[in-house]
Design a protein around this ligand. Structure first.
Ligand code: HEC
Length: 453
């Protein structure tokens, strides 16, 4: 039943997802917010007959399309690759539940790309009205694709009533849907202004035009930070119990959450005092600082959103050890190695002496020589723990987490892992498998520094 695991040295595979996802979302949100910005500003430029502004907007649209379509599309595909490899079960589950949602998302994506190209390549050729309509079609479809994907990521954190009523719309319009759409829409328009500042600060020499842009882009950005704060409170209010407990139990997450609210508030004040009240302040240095703050807050937000979901990948549906919650009783009964297609095939090929026909005989596992038990313990670790821990070095390395733990401490902790730390799914192995995992863990646990007891 298990899928093969994907070993990413040091990082662990989910952290690789995190890196690629952050690289993607900082541009994907600009694709939404920047579209809205261009639609609104092109309209303004036509209305005020501001030709230099229109010329600048064309220049910005080129930068925008290059970045969002090329880089955005490549990193977006990168996310599908990494999630498919790192979390095949969760990816499969989400595809099954939301097949209609993905289909809608692809439609909005195609409309988005076509509208973007027409908007840019036919710049100035259609009448201003048609040109503006193209801008709005782009903006609307980009935002809709944000809304659809947010429904799915919100679902992962809190599927709400879907757990009782497995209806597509109940799943999509989950309790996290509105809060996360608010945060992401706010984030998109805030981030877009930061990109505009960055681009304008370097590319635009005309001070009057620069002041105009500084002031005009400050307004959506201010609105964006307010939406982030409101949505953020909603996100907190609609967290499922396990996520709230996780947030409270981890000092790092508490500090990061406080930091993100503080950064958003600081950006708000800086926007107000800076570009909004004193447009002349917009300089390359100011724009870079803003941009770094914005991207930093964004990445932190994504990290928290992902981290509090533990021990689940999809709340109460898929656990962080690549099993469905509903499989717990069955896996416990039959044994962990026996329940997995690949684990069982491995045991059968390497240790035919423990097999009875196609079944693993538990008692015979105990008779295996010590090194072989450690080896099977390592195998169990790779399936049950590899998704969140590296071994002796790297992200959340178990060797370090168990520094100074004696085999006895490890033996008493493993059967209660989910209670030792609520970030972890419950341990699903049989007593024989516990013993093998304990042997492996004891072989990698590092000594306590300084040797104090
Ligand atoms: C869904 C993710 C997840 C899975 C799967 C997981 N863990 Fe953990 N584990 C965590 C997190 C998060 C922590 C807390 C780490 C920290 O404080 O930095 C943790 C902590 C630990 C600790 C230290 C406990 C403490 O409180 O001092 C040990 C030991 C450990 N895990 C072992 C394991 C083993 C063995 C497995 C596999 C059987 C496993 N974990 C599976 C997420 C997970």
């Amino acid at each position: 039943m298990h899928y093969p695991w994907w070993y990413v040295p040091l990082l662990t595979s989910p952290m690789l997802i995190a890196i690629i996802a952050v690289l993607h979302v900082v541009v994907a949100h600009y694709a939404v917010g920047g579209g809205l910005f261009l639609a609104v500003e092109v309209r303004h430029a036509y209305r005020t007959h501001n030709r230099p502004y229109l010329a600048y907007l064309k220049q910005h649209a080129w930068f925008f399309i290059l970045l969002t379509v090329v880089y955005g599309a490549i990193t977006g595909v990168g996310i599908w690759w990494t999630i498919g490899l790192a979390s095949p079960l969760a990816t499969r589950t989400l595809i099954h539940i939301f097949v209609f949602g993905w289909a809608m998302e692809y439609v909005t994506f195609i409309v988005e790309i076509v509208a973007a190209f027409i908007f840019y390549y036919y710049w100035g050729r259609p009448d201003p009205k048609t040109h503006q309509t193209m801008g709005w079609i782009y903006a609307a479809s980009a935002w809709l694709s944000l809304v659809l994907i947010t429904g799915i990521t919100g679902f992962m954190l809190n599927p709400g009533a879907w757990l009782q009523n497995r209806n597509f719309w109940v799943g999509l319009l989950n309790p996290q849907f509105v809060p996360q759409v608010l945060v992401r829409t706010g984030g998109a328009i805030l981030l877009a202004s930061l990109y505009v500042y960055l681009h304008a600060a370097f590319k635009l020499k005309d001070p009057t035009l620069r002041d105009l842009i500084a002031k005009r882009a400050a307004r959506p950005a201010l609105l964006g930070s307010i939406l982030i704060l409101i949505g953020g409170l909603g996100w907190y209010a609609f967290l499922p119990e396990s996520a709230r407990a996780a947030l409270m139990a981890s000092s790092v997450l508490t500090v990061l959450t406080a930091l993100i609210f503080a950064t958003t508030a600081i950006v708000f004040v800086m926007l107000y005092l800076g570009p909004y009240r004193n447009p002349g302040w917009l300089s390359p240095g100011f724009a870079i600082l803003f941009f770094i703050l914005g991207v930093g807050a964004f990445s932190t937000g994504e990290f928290i959103r992902e981290a509090v979901r533990k021990p689940y990948i999809v709340y109460n549906v898929v656990m962080g050890n690549q099993l469905l919650t509903e499989q717990i009783p069955e896996v416990r009964k039959n044994g962990y190695l026996e329940s997995g297609t690949w684990t069982k095939a491995f045991v059968a090929s390497q240790y035919p002496q423990v097999m009875d026909g196609t079944k693993i005989v538990r008692e015979k596992l105990r008779q295996l020589p010590e090194p072989d038990q450690v080896r099977l313990g390592h195998l169990i670790f790779q399936y049950h723990c590899n998704n969140c821990h590296s071994t002796t070095a790297g992200y959340s390395a178990v060797g370090h987490l168990m520094r100074g733990w004696t085999p006895d401490i490890i033996r008493s902790a493993v059967p209660y892992l989910g209670d030792v730390n609520i970030f972890m799914p419950p341990w699903l192995g049989t007593p024989e498998e516990t013993e093998m995992l304990v042997k492996y863990l004891a072989s990698i646990a590092l000594p306590r520094p300084g040797g104090m007891r």
